[in-house]
Design a protein around this ligand. Structure first.
Ligand SMILES: [Zn+2]
Length: 233
């Protein structure tokens, strides 16, 4: 009997069986993103490694802070989100992001009111590759309204592999505000702060459009911010 002539019951059963197989494959193939232990997407000890440990960056114009250092489990989880499409893991970085937001609020002038969070824009190429924008997903995960107020002003070179000076030059004038700020107080949100050049450029573009920028927060920051220039990212 050809597959086309299969009785209706068998035809209905085939997709269900395929689905069950996929669930089983997923359950057995599931490995911890942090350490490779099998059976879970993130094991308990790797989850514990994501407990917030706030890193503050001393930037002259824009206070910046992150909830975790970008290394070990935190770096592997964020890479899985960014490069492997595992957006469901982003929730594991939520406590870190919320700790950074709390720190930004407590360190800004008199617990300054925040009206909205503005995600750092990502390049069109990155959006085409991933189908989502990580800073935007993070910004949606705060208690503040998310405001898409920035866009790339021109084509930006991929920041990976650039030195601090090269990043600054690549980003100078790289963002443009897409709306007038009219005194709205915002907090900038990114996934990882490396040199601070991206958040500084975002703050410049927002201030130029009339926004008040209370600071910038990220889920993670590269280790150089914790111990001199030990970071390599
Ligand atoms: Zn693990």
């Amino acid at each position: 009997m050809s597959p086309d002539a299969a009785p209706p019951l068998a035809r209905r059963w085939l997709p269900a069986r395929r689905l069950l197989q996929e669930i089983a494959d997923f359950a057995f193939a599931s490995v911890c993103t942090g350490c490779g232990a099998t059976g879970v997407a993130l094991c308990a000890s790797c989850e514990a490694a994501l407990a917030p440990c706030v890193v503050s960056l001393h930037h002259p114009a824009t206070p910046m802070c992150a909830g975790l250092v970008f290394d070990g489990v935190a770096a592997r989880v964020l890479r899985a989100v960014k490069e492997d499409g595992q957006t469901s893991l982003l929730g594991r970085l939520r406590p870190a992001l919320h700790a950074a937001v709390a720190e930004a609020r407590s360190s800004s002038a008199a617990g300054r009111r925040i009206d909205a969070v503005v995600p750092v824009p990502t390049s069109r190429a990155a959006f085409r590759r991933r189908g989502y924008r990580v800073p935007e997903l993070l910004a949606r995960d705060t208690v503040f309204p998310m405001l898409r107020a920035l866009a790339p002003a021109r084509h930006l070179q991929d920041q990976r592999g650039l030195s601090i000076d090269q990043r600054r030059r690549n980003l100078a004038g790289g963002f443009i505000a897409t709306r007038a700020g009219e005194g709205t107080t915002v907090l900038i949100v990114d996934d990882v702060i490396t040199t601070g050049a991206t958040c500084a450029e975002a703050a410049r573009a927002l201030r130029a459009a009339g926004f008040e920028v209370a600071g910038a927060v990220a889920a993670t920051a590269t280790p150089r911010h914790r111990a001199g220039h030990s970071g390599s990212a």
